[in-house]
Design a protein around this ligand. Structure first.
Ligand SMILES: Nc1ncnc2c1ncn2[C@@H]1O[C@H](COP(=O)(O)OP(=O)(O)OP(=O)(O)O)[C@@H](O)[C@H]1O
Ligand SMILES: [Mg+2]
Length: 274
């Protein structure tokens, strides 16, 4: 499935494309069967995409390919016009379980990528005050004003997840990868964090790949939703989100929203029954 088949191609890369997967296959070591098969997908710069599909279909594998943690067995992956040849630095990630380090305060957890990732690493000590200021501002945006000095075990699950999102964004990544980031949260906190993510994205327009089992989450947040089949994972549907922006939680109670969720649900039903 080529979303932008009519767009001009230069050196094999579609112009004005950020993520560019072309006929990508991946078989893990020593496996005859592919985990993902024939994935072709292009995103526009700043686009927010969601990937939904049954457990084990290859969603996390797709993420590994998009960040260069795994190389395709066949096919090509370009990000920002460059072939992906190894782990990318301009990526922020957050996962289902917040992975904060228990011996570090919230602030020091958020600052962690700057201590590791170049070009920040070299000058981290010298620029620390400036970074702390940015980290505190980011914590404030996600509603964690006043929690910078607390340790992860002093925060609720939702607060830890907010801090994880700050950590994923502190080095101003061009691409944010979210693998079931809100899966473990209660429905109210989840919706609150949808709005936090929506606001951060609206302000900064980074590229987002969100993996989720929650079709409402995909419908609320994404510009485009991709549905993957059971293993070996293929993209079986691509749906542009017709809902206008800005979107508020109220939109989730409207008829067009329900219709979109229903349609996605039908795709998943078909995928699960085959
Ligand atoms: N490191 C690995 N080595 C070998 N096989 C793997 C590895 N990681 C994943 N797989 C296999 O690849 C397939 C896809 O796994 P993946 O983790 O991408 O699925 P997923 O869609 O993210 O599932 P879930 O929704 O449960 O997180 C699965 O069959 C899994 O067993
Ligand atoms: Mg996964």
């Amino acid at each position: 499935m080529n979303a932008v088949a009519d767009t001009p191609v230069k050196d094999g890369v579609v112009a004005d494309t950020f993520v560019d997967f072309r006929e990508v296959f991946l078989a893990y070591d020593n496996s005859d069967e592919c985990a993902v098969e024939d994935i072709s997908l292009q995103t526009r710069p700043g686009e927010f995409i969601a990937i939904v599909g049954p457990s084990g279909c290859g969603k996390s594998t797709f993420m590994k390919l998009a960040t260069g943690l795994k190389a395709p067995t066949r096919g090509t992956v370009h990000i920002a016009g460059q072939p992906v040849t190894g782990p990318l630095k301009f990526v922020g990630m957050a996962f289902q379980a917040p992975t904060l380090l228990p011996w570090r305060t919230t602030l020091d957890n958020v600052l962690l990528p700057l201590e590791i990732v170049e070009p920040y690493r070299r000058t981290f000590r010298k620029d620390r005050d400036k970074h702390v200021e940015r980290a505190l501002a980011l914590l404030k945006t996600v509603g964690l004003d006043g929690y910078a000095d607390k340790y992860p075990w002093q925060l609720s699950g939702g607060m830890q997840q907010r801090a994880s999102i700050c950590r994923a964004l502190i080095h101003e990544p061009k691409m944010l990868l979210l693998d079931e980031p809100f899966g473990a949260l209660d429905a109210f906190t989840r919706e609150e964090l949808w709005c936090v993510l929506r606001d951060l994205w609206t302000e900064r327009k980074f590229n987002v790949i969100l993996v989720t089992h929650d079709l409402r989450e995909a419908a609320f947040l994404a510009d485009t939703v991709y549905v993957m089949s059971k293993r070996p994972g293929r993209i079986v549907a691509r749906r542009e989100n017709p809902l206008p922006r800005p979107r508020d939680i109220d939109i989730t109670y409207t008829e067009p929203f329900s219709a979109l969720v229903h349609e996605l649900r039908e795709h998943i039903g078909r995928v699960r029954s085959t």
